[in-house]
Design a protein around this ligand. Structure first.
Ligand code: TYD
Ligand code: MG
Length: 457
């Protein structure tokens, strides 16, 4: 393939990897068909940062001379959002909020803009997607009464920075980063080069003015818009709307946070008047749980610093084809395959000819080994067609020999189960010490999957 002349480069729209030639598959992130031709900046055009928003400190400073300061966090006015951020909004932080179209990004950020401005700071809400009228209409549904909130329908970076200088806001919201462009960069708006450079400019803005800047980023499965991966390493915090739009509730998860625990979770409900925090996620996730039905089990997960009880469902049924399929929603499919292999070998379940489907109810994505025992129990329950006592919770990591290993924060998990009225907790034997007396709930320590299954059936 002929290489193009200077000034043209192919950029992976998923991760930002650059190549002189077009490539079918990105060697960096593995995305297919993600390379798009982009024009590089003209020579000497590196100077896109405005002098007024440059970082101030350019000389090395002795570590011991730096004043330690307790992070002056401010509340976003929505406790559930503060939790995801690790305890509130950090001044000077750049936060990316990603999610599929229509999931509620603009709604959430407008609510936050309202709350922040009610706290006294002025907020600039830049929208490249909607007119002031549209935003106002949404605001009226949400009951926004802010007097300190400024709307700016603008996509040009230089104009946005001008507005920031004029208003001097206490917080900036950009809806969305993919619509913002600088005329100083030749690539199309929304391309990875533009988006990355824009994010860098907003980073400078956040750090130099010490104000929080929130960037909304679209995520499409097709990767039509610049992938968020390219932004993740620039920003301080990445929040994602997780799960599906068809649920009433919305899950916001921190996948990266320089100022707090990653994996922290916020749960909201989408109502006629915007997003409302769900006070007790465990209760909500278990709301529609069927009782006394085979294949349903409750496990205790840690989502960031919070224990959450969720229902795991399994369906084991004879396959029409020779070998069964394994499908999972909300849980790693490879891990399911591994647990099934373990059940075959160590417990003697014959699952080769069966389809096994796993579903985490409520659209939550579980990504921790402590949920293994719950998955194994759900599969066993469906396989044996025997219901598990609805007052029982299980958790624990399962190893390849069928051993049950200890879980982190076992006490918190057990406490959450006890709070929600569960009567029995089947958990790793290594974690049970003193728990029963402490919590006043029956705990059964198990060392192996067989022990757990004996206890269940
Ligand atoms: P929106 O915030 O516009 O999504 P995004 O910015 O992520 O694309 O939210 C759109 C959806 O939210 C839309 O389907 C309507 C719904 N919605 C409500 O249910 N209640 C409300 O009060 C608002 C403002 C929106
Ligand atoms: Mg929107």
């Amino acid at each position: 393939m002929a290489t193009k002349g200077a000034g043209t480069v192919y950029v992976c729209q998923s991760c930002g990897n650059q190549s002189r030639k077009w490539l079918g598959k990105c060697p960096d992130c593995g995305a297919w068909n993600s390379f798009v031709e982009e024009r590089t900046r003209s020579a000497g055009g590196k100077e896109t940062g405005r002098a007024s928003f440059g970082l101030r400190q350019t000389v090395p400073v002795a570590y011991s001379d730096i004043e330690s300061q307790t992070e002056a966090r401010t509340s976003s006015g929505i406790a559930e959002f503060d939790r995801v951020l690790g305890g509130g909004v950090v001044p000077g932080s750049l936060v990316l909020i990603g999610g599929e179209p229509g999931i509620g990004k603009s709604t959430l950020l407008l609510q936050i803009a309202d709350k922040i401005s009610a706290g006294g700071a002025s907020v600039l809400y830049v929208s490249g997607e909607e007119s002031e009228r549209q935003i106002k209409m949404r605001g009226e549904r949400l009951g926004v009464e802010a007097t300190n909130l400024y709307l700016l329908p603008e996509t040009n970076l230089e104009s946005i920075l001008d507005a920031v200088e004029r208003i001097n806001p206490g917080a900036v919201i950009v809806d969305s980063i993919q619509t913002v462009f600088s005329s100083k960069i030749e690539s199309a708006p929304g391309s990875v080069s533009q988006v990355r450079e824009m994010a860098n400019q907003f980073l400078l803005l956040a750090k130099s003015q010490t104000i929080p800047v929130f960037l909304i980023g679209h995520v499409t499965k097709e990767g039509a818009l610049a992938g968020p991966k390219a932004l993740e390493h620039i920003v301080d915090t990445v929040l994602y709307f997780e799960g599906e739009r068809h649920y009433n509730h919305r899950i916001v998860r921190a996948t990266k946070n320089r100022f707090g625990a990653a994996n922290e979770l916020g749960v909201f409900e989408m109502t006629g008047a915007g997003l409302v925090a769900v006070a007790n996620p465990s209760e909500m996730f278990l709301q529609e749980r069927p009782r006394d039905v085979a294949g349903s089990v409750v496990t205790a997960c840690m989502e960031g610093t919070r224990p959450v009880l969720v229902e795991i469902q399994a369906l084991v049924s004879g396959s029409k084809y020779g070998t069964g399929r394994r499908m999972a929603q909300g849980f790693d499919a490879n891990r399911i395959a591994l647990l099934i292999a373990m059940l075959e070998k160590r417990v003697g379940f014959h699952l080769i000819g069966d389809d096994v489907f796993i579903n985490v109810a409520g659209g939550l994505e579980i990504d921790e080994p402590a949920a293994d025992l719950g998955v194994v129990a759900a599969i066993a329950s469906s396989f044996k067609n025997a219901a598990i006592d609805p007052q029982t919770v299980l958790f624990g990591e399962v190893g390849l020999t069928g051993e049950v290993r200890g879980a982190l924060q076992a006490q918190q998990r057990a406490r959450e189960a006890q709070t929600l009225g569960f009567k029995k907790i089947i958990m790793p034997a290594t974690n049970t010490a003193g728990l029963e007396r402490l919590l006043g709930v029956r705990t059964v320590g198990v060392r192996s999957v067989e022990e757990a299954l004996d206890e269940l059936f």
